[in-house]
Design a protein around this ligand. Structure first.
Ligand code: ZN
Length: 229
């Protein structure tokens, strides 16, 4: 089996080169990873270039692959550490939604719902995670941003514009799509309007939990892992 890690030393310095994920612990790489996208040869330091050329490997693609639930949990733990380090003054609460929250055996993207403290600027949060060097930005806006974490996992941060949308955001970003469609149909059938991450016709009706939303629709509550797959 091909070794995924190698240690290279020049002038007595040693760097840990991760061939599989195409990362290196040297200063050059840490600098380059902030400025070039995954899949760009310019992102690589000389250590990675040397190993990739020697072994005739292809560049890690910027297209993310699904990962197992267990692997996803350890990524979530890492990302949570970063969020918690920043959360005291900025992030009020956050939740990993999507297929991870539904405990699917294979997880695609990570969908995080975030609530900022009033007066906190979400762009300060973006700066903070970008400075860590492990998050490569793809899209950035006031309510949504997309990153590639550690060259392998796609992470979407969905920022709620107001706390009253919390439960509707959890429901919407936990999915799956078929369950969102089912609930939208029930809502329309009851004349409650269009159900979205902002409520019924963008009115959250004071509903604070997903249970309350299900009951408001006259439905039995389904835990995330029980929502239609
Ligand atoms: Zn290097």
């Amino acid at each position: 089996m091909e070794e995924s890690r190698a240690v290279i030393g020049t002038y007595g310095d040693e760097y840990e080169v991760d061939v599989k994920n195409q990362t290196c612990t040297c200063k050059d790489f840490i600098y380059h990873r902030k400025n070039y996208d995954i899949g760009d040869y310019k992102r690589l330091c000389k250590h990675l270039r040397q190993l990739i050329d020697e072994r005739e490997l292809v560049l890690v693609s910027s297209k993310e692959l699904p990962i197992s639930y267990t692997d996803a949990l350890s990524v979530v733990e890492e990302i949570s550490m970063h969020l918690n380090a920043f959360s005291n003054t900025h992030i009020k609460r956050y939740e990993f939604c999507g297929s991870l929250r539904r405990k699917r055996p294979v997880v695609g993207d990570l969908d995080v719902v975030l609530e900022m403290y009033p007066g906190s600027d979400v762009h300060d949060f973006y700066h903070y995670i970008e400075d860590l060097g492990m998050f490569i930005n793809k899209v950035k806006g006031d309510t949504k941003s997309s990153y590639i974490y550690n060259a392998k996992v796609h992470v979407d941060f969905n920022v709620i514009p107001s706390p009253e949308y919390w439960a509707f955001h959890l429901l919407h970003f936990t999915g799956p799509k078929v369950e969102n469609i089912r609930l939208r149909k029930i809502s329309a059938g009851l004349g409650l309007g269009s159900l979205s991450q902002y409520g019924f016709d963008e009115d959250p009706k004071g509903l604070k939990t997903e249970e309350e939303i299900y009951h408001y629709l006259g439905e039995e509550y389904l835990a995330p892992e029980d929502r239609q797959q």
